[in-house]
Design a protein. Structure first.
Length: 119
């Protein structure tokens, strides 16, 4: 396969000159893997957003007043804003973890919570 990189050719050559890659093909493969990861992350976020919005649009469950529903929505929004702000502060302090590590931590937390509930 031949690929014309246009103005990106210079960038690839600079990456090769800096080292860490054995060929232009390695650079392009890594770029495509990153692109695929980004697309997957975006698809996950879109799906989660869809589910959340569907839940909100359905309104309160039976037996819950509109006022209580609105109060809980506002409370959830505040908590989410807090989580986002906390995450940004952690990022600024350099305390980020990989996505795999984050998923592992979340799953462990869920398992602990289930054990407490069941036991």
């Amino acid at each position: 396969m031949n690929v014309h990189l246009g103005d990106l050719e210079e960038y690839v050559q600079e990456k090769l000159a800096r080292g860490g890659y054995g060929s232009a093909a390695e650079i392009i493969r890594e770029a495509l893997r990153k692109m695929r990861e980004l697309e997957t992350e975006e698809a996950i976020e879109r799906r989660l957003e869809t589910y959340v919005l569907k839940g909100i649009d359905q309104g309160p469950p039976e037996g819950v007043s509109v006022e209580e529903w609105d109060r809980r929505l506002e409370s959830t929004r505040e908590r989410m804003s807090h989580f986002v702000a906390e995450g940004l502060e952690q990022a600024e302090r350099g305390e980020l973890v990989s996505g795999d590590e984050a998923v592992t931590r979340i799953r462990e937390k869920q398992q602990r919570r289930r054990r407490r509930t069941a036991g």
